[in-house]
Design a protein. Structure first.
Length: 360
């Protein structure tokens, strides 16, 4: 499968009195973790690099088709954290957008439009959305075969508690059907419910009560259909706001959109990294927490040495992170040498003699 992933990326620390409603202005450590998780998840399930100890050869048992994963990261100016995410820059194309950050989502449609015909599937996701299903695109292809090119399957958006009460939590506000109808995302003649057999089991789909799931996914045939409508890259932000419109409005006008229903509402799902929204659904005695590693990282930043808390991400990456990476690298080298010695008596004898004479 040839897959193009386009993500819009932005981070700018909130200033005094500035808006903090968006996670891209709240916590740089969590943002780095989220962007990393998003990129890793796509490479884990759909990336081309799958091998054993020889990086130039696939495993002999690997008979799956060759895979292509191209990634475009759209960033507003210098407002981003991509250089801190820890991913080899050769694995993505960074494109700087010289315009308002709130318009980034619309620019992803421009990238899709310019690359029609080059891929089997096109994915547009916000930079904190994680795919955990290796059958994700197989399910999308099945849905298109069953119900046609003009119908789009949206994943169920959820958050995964990583501490406290471990749970998948889908807690999102509903949007009035009248509001969606007013902007053309609900239309006469749309079936309320679809149903088909997936591997011998009936699965149903319904019109979404909130189409904002943090991204969308289209096949090449669907993208060609979309390009024939007036709505691809129209930059209409009349649905809630530009962030929501960019991933909902144009697709919702070009396609009949559906989400999984019974018996498995998580039949196709997409994880929103963190538990920002899940925490609003906590009941007495229930806690939906983030990864404990976040708390450890925050504590390390606050302790930061004799100069007090480190308020600069650059200070962290310039000192603590390289030191940690160096120690980890040294550990891995030593561990590899130990394995080599244990597997070869001649190497072990040479190392013993070298150590003995060097001590003398």
């Amino acid at each position: 499968m040839r897959l193009l992933l386009v993500t819009h990326h932005f981070f700018e620390a909130a200033t005094d009195g500035g808006p903090t409603i968006y996670s891209s202005r709240i916590d740089p450590v969590a943002r780095i973790a989220a962007v990393n998780a998003m990129l890793v998840s796509f490479h884990r399930h759909f990336g081309p690099r799958r091998h054993g100890d020889n990086p130039t050869r696939r495993l002999p048992q690997d008979k799956t088709p060759e895979r292509v994963l191209d990634i475009v990261v759209l960033q507003a100016g210098d407002k981003g954290l991509i250089e801190h995410v820890g991913v080899d820059p050769s694995l993505y194309q960074l494109e700087i957008f010289d315009g308002p950050a709130m318009q980034l989502g619309f620019e992803t449609q421009r990238v899709l439009r310019d690359r029609i015909g080059q891929y089997d599937y096109y994915a547009v996701v916000e930079d904190d959305m994680v795919v955990n299903d290796p059958l994700f695109f197989e399910k999308l292809a099945w849905f298109e075969r069953e119900f046609g090119t003009t119908r789009m399957l949206l994943p169920r958006r959820y958050e995964m508690a990583q501490s406290g009460t471990l749970a998948m939590v889908a807690a999102w506000p509903s949007i009035s059907p009248d509001k969606m109808r007013a902007c053309g995302m609900r239309r006469d003649g749309q079936p309320e419910r679809l149903e088909a057999q997936w591997h011998g089991r009936s699965q149903s789909f319904t019109l979404p009560d909130n189409p904002h799931v943090g991204g969308y996914f289209v096949s090449d045939a669907q993208l060609r259909h979309w390009a024939k409508t007036p709505w691809l890259y129209d930059r209409d932000s009349s649905f809630i706001g530009p962030l929501e419109s960019a991933v909902c409005l144009s697709p919702g006008r070009a396609f009949d959109t559906y989400v999984p229903a019974e018996p498995d509402p998580f039949f196709l799902s997409l994880e929103h990294w963190g538990t920002r929204y899940a925490r609003t659904a906590e009941a007495p005695g229930i806690t939906f927490g983030d990864s404990p590693l976040l708390e450890i990282a925050h504590r390390a930043l606050m302790q930061g040495g004799s100069d007090g808390p480190r308020d600069s991400l650059d200070a962290l990456t310039a000192a603590a992170v390289p030191q940690l990476n160096a120690l980890t690298h040294e550990r891995d080298i030593i561990f590899g040498e130990l394995i080599a010695l244990r597997s070869s008596r001649s190497k072990l004898l040479k190392a013993l003699l070298k150590a003995t004479f060097s001590r003398r």
